[in-house]
Design a binder for this molecule. Structure first.
Ligand SMILES: Nc1nc2c(ncn2[C@@H]2O[C@H](COP(=O)(O)OP(=O)(O)OP(=O)(O)O)[C@@H](O)[C@H]2O)c(=O)[nH]1
Ligand SMILES: [Mg+2]
Ligand SMILES: [Zn+2]
Length: 353
């Protein structure tokens, strides 16, 4: 089987980067599925199951292991298996805070052009979650696309539009339903050939259903229609890339309960939440916008120019970012003193025996 990798986003600049590698004479491909210890890689010649070389495994943090969407250089070991020697430099990454961790990032997908932020119009809808996702991708040049699924069910469209109005000039909003082919078609038109979109959102909102509808095929497993019993049950368990015929690559992800943010850029936060335009008008340059005199943000909040929920989330995400940053710094400090200790150990006379 021959694959045209330009449909997967292979480009001249990736080619140049491969030429700079000492492994440039080996094959290249894109990670299409991430398993626990191996990776499915799509290359010009077909699909291969690949493992990592020892060099790729040891002395690396988990976040540096390949993830779905990565471009890799690999060497065949037999007709359908290979070993990965190198990752090409990453770009446009979707990370999140690894669940259960305070300082560790998890790489979800790479080379992402668009993030489809998927929520269903029922009680899953939550503008605070949308803001959270948008903050995470803000510094990666990933274009957010807001997708509201299950619009065949009864809901108040104006209410949802209103809750997203401060975000809508940064991200287009789509209402979709699997029973409305038009709504799927409109979403398909967002994708250009060679582009990659990742689908993120809670379990059960219909990410995999949407990808199947966009591809016109039942490729991914979806939850059986089961009313309320399906809630909270996770159907997809892996991050998987699918080529949409005619245009673009779609990456399905398993729904997550909590999406922890690792973007600690304060300016990005203000920009995403549309609060930045007030900050410059505060009386004090170092205003924290909590209870200072002459704070333009508080004033806007009182005038109703900033929504209460948006402001609360601003404080919450700012606290989370601070917590993340200090945890990472703390970890670095510990690692430094540990490596000093190890170095000292190397020079100690006991080593000689
Ligand atoms: N009424 C209605 N139901 C939908 C629509 N889209 C998806 N569903 C249903 O929602 C349920 C969950 O869909 P999935 O596609 O499995 O959800 P998911 O987001 O992939 O969930 P995880 O894989 O667990 O993260 C299924 O029963 C779908 O049939 C829609 O547009 N309208
Ligand atoms: Mg799914
Ligand atoms: Zn202020």
């Amino acid at each position: 089987m021959m694959n045209n990798l330009s449909l997967y986003g292979w480009s001249e600049s990736l080619f140049q980067q491969k030429q700079a590698s000492i492994f440039k004479d080996h094959m290249h491909g894109r990670v299409s599925v991430t398993h626990k210890t191996c990776y499915e890689v799509v290359s010009e010649e077909g699909f291969y199951i690949c493992e990592l070389t020892g060099n790729m495994l040891y002395g690396r943090e988990h976040v540096e292991y390949p993830c779905t969407g990565d471009w890799v250089i690999f060497q065949l070991v037999d007709s359908n298996r290979g070993i990965i020697h190198e990752l090409l430099p990453r770009k446009k990454m979707l990370y999140r805070l690894k669940s259960g961790s305070v300082s560790e990032k998890q790489a979800i997908a790479s080379y992402v052009d668009k993030a489809f932020i998927v929520q269903s119009i029922d009680d899953n809808f939550n503008a605070r979650r949308t803001e959270r996702f948008m903050l995470q991708i803000a510094d990666e040049e990933i274009q957010p696309v807001l997708v509201l699924t299950k619009s065949d069910l009864a809901f108040n469209k104006d209410e949802i539009k209103n809750a997203l109005k401060h975000l809508s000039d940064k991200a287009p909003v789509f209402f979709t339903s699997i029973s409305s082919p038009d709504s799927i078609e409109q979403l398909r038109e967002v994708m250009l050939p060679g582009e990659t979109a990742v689908f993120i959102g809670s379990s059960g909102v219909g990410k995999s259903t949407l990808i199947n509808a966009l591809c016109g095929q039942e490729i991914l497993q979806t939850a059986a229609i089961s009313g309320s019993t399906g809630k909270g049950k996770h159907t997809s368990t892996r991050r998987e890339m699918i080529l949409m015929e005619g245009s673009g690559v779609l990456i399905d992800t398993p729904g997550v309960k909590v999406f922890g943010v690792t973007n600690d850029n304060a300016d990005a936060l203000s920009e995403v939440l549309d609060i930045g335009r007030f900050e410059g008008q505060c009386r004090f340059r170092d205003c924290q916008h909590i209870n200072e005199k002459g704070c333009a943000v508080i004033e806007a909040l009182e005038n109703g120019d900033i929504d209460n929920g948006v402001y609360e989330n601003y404080l919450k995400l700012r606290r989370e970012a601070w917590h993340y940053t200090t945890s990472v710094q703390e970890k670095r400090k510990q690692e430094k003193s540990f490596s000093k200790m190890v170095k000292k150990g190397k020079n100690s006379p006991f080593k000689k025996y």
